[in-house]
Design a protein around this ligand. Sequence first.
Ligand code: ATP
Ligand code: MG
Length: 412
Amino acid sequence: MARKDELIVGLDIGTTKICAIVAEQTDSGIDVVGIGTHPSRGLRKGVVVDIDATVASIKQAVEEAELMADCEITSVYAGIAGGHIRAFNSHGVVAVKDREVRESDVKRVIDAAKAVAIPMDREVIHVIPQEFIIDDQDGIREPLGMSGVRLEAKIHIVTAAVTSAQNIVKCCNKAGLNVIDIVLEPLASAQAVLSDDERELGVCMIDIGGGTTDIAVFQDGSIKETTVLGLGGYHLTNDIAVGLRTPFNEAERIKKKFGLASARYLAGDDVISVPSVGGRRPREVSRKILCEVVEPRVEEILSLARGEVMRSGLEDKIPSGVVLTGGASALGGLGELAEEIFEAPVRCGIPSHIGGLQDVVRSPMYSTGVGLVLFGLQQQTGGQTSRFRIRDDSIFGRVKQRMRDWFYAEFS
Ligand SMILES: Nc1ncnc2c1ncn2[C@@H]1O[C@H](COP(=O)(O)OP(=O)(O)OP(=O)(O)O)[C@@H](O)[C@H]1O
Ligand SMILES: [Mg+2]
């Protein structure tokens, strides 16, 4: 088993599937050399609720990817999502020491912007610089070496519940894997499906998965807003199962085969056979009724997503429109409905910026997995973190320190 050192592995721990993508670094970027997927049974709304079931699925997915890539996987970039994710923008200002911005000034200004109270039960996952401002000159991306006396930084901070992050690390460790870093899933998906032009002009990416809908808004080339909603394709299937009184597996099949985002998009009306529960006879149901069951939920998801964009005051700042991705974005008519709700152009995003077995991963459900690999590549070539930093050490270390502080404050 060779090539271990040049490989980057993304592990997307999703609500419906766990997927490991192995990629090899090349001169021009990365080539996908292996992929393994396995149904996920231990998550709800993007959060681990059953460690043993999740570990078993991770092992299966990783084994499959190892076989395909003929390698041994030891370290991964893992995704994190769920309703516990909170993101906000912050701002810091410092005086430039020698009238020329040096690395220490950049570090100080980011530290100043980071100096916000984070509750004890939350962990900072990402600190992403949006722009720097030097003496009233804004829009600076690379401040190093520039002259000035006052340096400001605008940053985007993403936090997650400590326990949820720990559970992801724990599952990976139990499956025999080190976690190099934990990456927010909407950021990973955006990395895989958005073009530089879109990010520059302003775009909203919506990844509709099984249990979560991840939203990321970019403008002027930087991230402005990230949100994770606890709703996804699972809820559509569940509505169909309840509404048409059919088993969950059948509801899933019917959704994929006959589902449409709105009954208005139906050309004619067909009749579909819907299996019943408890050994009763299958029933004939009009396809219009199926679509009427699906429509309110799809509308709810898209309207909530639009609400998030409006809440952040960015609805006029996304001329590139909306990019839909994630497994559930394959639902027929979703693009049209999203165009109506957002009143903006909509396209379907599939993973790009990769080589190798790209045909295998050219599906919206692999956006996060491919994005994790691209994120890993960026980190390793950008040298932002040391390659073998093991995230769990820092998380557990910090938790222990916080408990110690609390103990002394309480009892001394
Ligand atoms: N053709 C299709 N039409 C409608 N829905 C689809 C289709 N194909 C897949 N889906 C839905 O996509 C969902 C899975 O998407 P995906 O693989 O992106 O989710 P996940 O990453 O496992 O979950 P999450 O990101 O929410 O944790 C399922 O709910 C599935 O029913
Ligand atoms: Mg997903």
